[in-house]
Design a binder for this molecule. Structure first.
Ligand code: APR
Length: 307
């Protein structure tokens, strides 16, 4: 069984542990800074095994030694933005957390593939890479899979069709500047540009871009975790089963898409070695411009870190 570690046993981390165990993708180690929390949730998940019929072992720990030998490490540790807190405050706090977590991954799980989930995603994934010193293909972030899932949901709701037939693509940074790609979003191979008016597409694109905020507004105290954990699970599955799926993820660019030393959402091939290939799409001028805007936002976030 592959060993899958999840750092941060909060809403996203614990639900990802549940999904991964239910799919028997591997044994799961859940870890958190809060004592008892990962142990309690892990035991609860273990006790679900006989009822749902899975043999994945789920263990909880506060000791990084227990992540030794992990094949995949998912980072969900961090804090969410609270009222009165600026983006810069959040950036500072989560950078500190991700640096600490990444140093431990470097020490105890040097052979792992790391998937970062903590926001602000593109910048936190950059911090993970620079702190671990891993090869860039081994460190990537969860963004486009979730955003495409949201886009696909809204398209299916609009067309009254099955979500199974939809293949959506969202590129760019994970935030206000993300770039949903209608030209590369299809229903059984038919681009949605053939199936909907431009104004309908614009409306669905806008809803996708605000997808995270829409949930926060409804929940009031908390943010999305079902779809984010589902996205994480898809990515973990692609790694441990070496599926070579093409998925939009937050990947390190070193010249691809005309950008260097930056993380940005692009389509990649995912397998046992992490990001095994970056797929370069030919973009229109308009798409290029939107991606450029997204890249600039990520760049300025990275620059503010002084690392
Ligand atoms: N080491 C380990 N765990 C930590 C640390 C740390 N240094 N700091 C915080 N944590 C843990 C918290 O104790 C908490 O259990 O991280 C967990 C975060 O869980 P939640 O607060 O429930 O947040 P969640 O909704 O899971 O989101 C986690 O994913 O999607 C992103 O924006 C989201 O950045 C956020 C992250």
């Amino acid at each position: 069984m592959p060993k899958i570690t999840i750092i941060g046993a909060g809403a996203v981390g614990a639900t990802a542990a549940q999904r991964i165990a239910e799919k028997e993708l591997g044994d799961v180690v859940l870890t958190d800074i809060v004592e008892g929390l990962p142990q309690g949730k892990a035991l609860d998940l273990m006790e679900s095994g006989p009822l749902f019929g899975y043999d994945s072992k789920v263990t909880g720990t506060n000791d990084y030694k227990d992540i030794e030998g992990s094949d995949v490490v998912v980072i969900t540790a961090g804090i969410a933005r609270k009222p009165g807190m600026t983006r810069e405050d959040l950036l500072k706090i989560n950078t500190k957390i991700i640096t600490d977590v990444s140093n431990n991954i470097k020490r105890y799980a040097p052979g792992s593939v790391v998937i970062t989930v903590t926001n602000p995603l593109d910048i936190m994934t950059y911090v993970t890479l620079k702190t671990t010193g891993f090869e860039p293909g081994h460190v990537f972030g969860m963004s486009g899979v979730l955003d495409s899932g949201r886009f696909a949901t809204f398209i299916a709701m609009e067309l009254g069709c099955s979500v199974r037939d939809i293949n959506a693509m969202v590129l760019g940074g994970h935030g206000d500047t993300m770039v949903p790609m209608p030209r590369f979003t299809t229903v059984t191979g038919v681009p949605i540009t053939e199936l909907m008016s431009q104004s309908t597409i614009d409306r669905l694109v806008e809803r996708t871009v605000n997808g995270g905020a829409e949930i926060v507004n409804l929940l009031k105290t908390g943010s999305a975790f079902y779809a984010p954990s589902a996205a994480v699970t898809n990515m973990v599955e692609a790694v441990v089963k070496d599926t070579k799926r093409i998925l939009p993820v937050c990947a390190y660019l070193n010249g691809e898409y005309g950008r260097k030393d930056i993380y940005l959402g692009v389509p990649v091939k995912i397998g046992r070695r992490g990001v095994e290939e970056i797929v370069e799409l030919k973009l229109t001028k308009e798409e290029e411009k939107a991606l450029g805007k997204s890249a600039d936002a990520v760049k300025s976030g990275i620059a503010s870190l002084n690392i």
